[in-house]
Design a protein around this ligand. Structure first.
Ligand SMILES: Cc1ncc(COP(=O)(O)O)c(C=O)c1O
Length: 404
């Protein structure tokens, strides 16, 4: 009896649905469940409560799904590299903000001479500005639109503790206004917006599984940080607006949408991961995205009765290495990674009560820990709706693009 026939298991309908939708395909494959994707998009918009959401494209990395999210109501793109933004602009996208600084001189020249009214670069120091100025001087065109990146970290105890991502050195209203004046002083540039991303709130789950005390500590940290951040962000925006107008003030991410959207100084929030619903976003109290991005691996051997070994699967997520970065078995239920081998380069042994029923040739469904990185492993994703496969679309990789 194959596992898909064992209807007494509650997970079998979901497993069967995926199996029926993909029965003519050979794994490994990646799948996007469109019902889950659309539900997740609607939930992000509900949480933002009218504040526009700019789509973090690094967390999608597939043009067709970027377009689907924009059609669902997200507005504008937060790109992850300038070459990516130029490529998306070449496909007709507008209102692209590159979320990270660039020192890519060729791309800056292409921007200056190209879609400089549709792409905004990020800067947090005069070196970034000078590189953009040089590009305009060499390539002509411009002005290049610039946004200022402002640190959103929490520095309690007079800065002896620093919580948050190590991003911008610009933190205070005075520092931000000084950098804004540097932009305004350069005719090759134009000040366009401001961004401050609170990674320690938006990207840190406040309900880590099996660790209630840690969860309480994270929630306390996030509350305290927001109390400090909201007035500082407002003061920064006011100080910069005294120098030049700002088209947008961007903040937040999937994990903080409803909280960041409440700040009057913020005109838009960013989000992306919530569309795919990877495992790192299972650990939040305020929302739970439906897993929309899955990948299937074939069971290729049974080293013993209690183990089913799948082909490939070693797709760990970026960040500080730890078990939370590993892919997780999703369906059938009752599978876990082997502690010794983890998710391997060429094989992933799966153990646990669900493994015994798996046969060679069956398929197991896995989830990635992060969102868009999965797309670096597959040329395409298959689109599934209910029990049907309704399409196949290329990932960035499938279009021959690899930006990071
Ligand atoms: C600048 C910036 N904003 C927002 C986000 C949030 O993206 P997501 O919603 O995919 O977590 C990120 C993620 O790293 C980011 O770097």
């Amino acid at each position: 009896m194959s596992l898909s026939d064992r209807r007494h298991h509650s997970e079998v309908p979901a497993y069967d649905k995926l199996k029926r939708a993909t029965s003519d395909l050979d794994a490994p494959i990646a799948v996007i469940d469109l019902d889950a994707f659309d539900r997740n998009a609607a939930d992000l918009l509900r949480r933002a409560d009218g504040t526009p959401i700019r789509l973090a494209s690094k967390s999608v990395r597939c043009r067709a799904l970027i377009e689907r999210a924009l059609e669902a109501g997200l507005q504008g793109i937060l790109a992850f590299t300038l070459p990516e933004a130029l490529w998306l602009a070449g496909h007709g996208h507008e209102d692209l903000v590159v979320a990270y600084p660039t020192v890519d001189r060729g791309a800056l020249r292409a921007l200056a001479a190209g879609p400089c009214d549709r792409v905004t670069i990020m800067a947090d120091c005069v070196e970034h500005l000078d590189l953009a100025v040089a590009a305009v001087q060499q390539a002509g065109g411009g002005p290049i639109l610039v946004a200022l990146d402002v640190d959103a970290g929490w520095w309690p105890l007079g800065g002896r503790i620093r919580i948050g991502a190590r991003r911008s050195p610009v933190r205070t209203p005075e520092q931000a206004a000084a950098l804004a004046r540097e932009v305004v002083a350069r005719p090759e540039l134009r000040l366009d917006g401001l961004m401050s991303y609170e990674a320690h709130i938006a990207g840190v789950g406040d309900r880590p599984p099996g660790r209630p005390l840690m969860g309480a500590a994270i929630r306390a940290m996030q509350r305290a940080s927001l109390r400090e951040l909201a007035p500082r962000r407002a003061a920064v925006v006011e100080a910069v607006r005294a120098v030049a107008p700002l088209r947008f003030v961007n903040g937040g991410g999937t994990g903080s949408v409803e909280r960041t959207a409440l700040e009057p100084a913020v005109t838009e929030v960013a989000a992306g991961s919530g569309l795919y619903g990877p495992t790192l976003f299972d650990a939040y109290t305020s929302f739970s995205p439906t897993p929309a991005a899955l990948f299937a691996l074939p069971v290729v051997r049974k080293p013993d009765a209690g183990t089913a070994t799948a082909l490939g699967g070693g797709y760990p997520a970026s960040g500080a290495a730890g078990v939370d970065r590993l892919p997780a078995p999703h369906l059938p239920a009752g599978l876990r990674l082997d502690k010794q081998e983890g998710a391997g380069e060429v094989q992933t042994p799966l153990r646990g009560p669900g493994a015994a029923a798996l046969r060679v040739g069956d398929v197991v469904w896995m989830r990635h820990a992060k969102a868009g990185e999965l797309c670096e492993r597959f040329d395409s994703v298959h689109l599934v709706r209910d029990e049907e496969r309704v399409g196949e679309v290329p990932t960035y990789r499938g279009e021959g693009e690899c930006f990071l």
